[in-house]
Design a binder for this molecule. Structure first.
Ligand SMILES: [Zn+2]
Length: 202
């Protein structure tokens, strides 16, 4: 019998499966900015381009031993290219501002990093070894080369170039707590560049 009651009718609800929302693995924005994989040979053969902007703080290898408090970013671009001889290249551009530690006063030093380089893409490990051997013999051109991986991490390439662009002894031209020397009363020691000049002459 069916009677009305104050109790809400117990409705045999069919077990409605709550739709399982396939949560896509949402990479954080950060990860997106730091991961761009390219098929290097294909990329170069077809003259492709990839570019982006990544937070300086994401370049952990670059920042090894450097101040971790980095607010800047790196604007980067990779351009694939094939030259008239059929050789494949990756043109790397990167510009950013990094915080270094001044080696004179140990305070923060804002340093612009700018990279323009071309990397020859070699298709196989044996080609790389052959090139290494030529270089060891002093026969190779002064070109830089890397193994063209099918899953080359663009950011890794950019980071390698930025690391090479770091100054050896970063110093303020005039440290913040240093009074600018009067003209003609240069009190600083010889610059490292002067030392380099001496090397070159010998
Ligand atoms: Zn300084």
């Amino acid at each position: 019998m069916f009677s009305q009651s104050l109790k809400p009718p117990v409705i045999e609800t069919p077990v409605i499966e709550t739709p399982v929302i396939e949560t896509p693995v949402i990479e954080t924005e950060y990860d997106d900015l730091m991961h761009h994989t390219i098929n290097a040979l294909h990329f170069a053969r077809h003259g492709q381009t990839i570019e982006g902007e990544a937070p300086m703080s994401g370049f952990s290898r670059l920042l090894d031993g450097l101040p971790k408090d980095q607010g800047g970013s790196v604007i980067w671009r990779l351009q694939g290219r094939r030259d008239a001889l059929g050789r494949l290249f990756l043109d790397v551009q990167a510009d950013g501002t990094i915080v270094l530690e001044c080696q004179r006063c140990l305070q923060a030093l804002i340093w612009p990093l700018s990279v323009r380089n071309e990397l020859r893409m070699l298709a196989s490990r044996s080609e790389v070894e052959a090139m290494d051997a030529r270089e060891a013999q002093g026969e190779a051109d002064d070109e830089e080369y890397i193994l063209a991986s099918a899953s080359l991490d663009a950011i890794d390439v950019v980071e390698d170039e930025l690391i090479l662009a770091l100054p050896y002894v970063p110093r303020h031209e005039v440290c913040p707590d240093q009074v600018e020397p009067e003209p003609g009363t240069e009190s600083r020691g010889p610059s490292p560049f002067a030392a380099l000049g001496r090397f070159k002459k010998n």
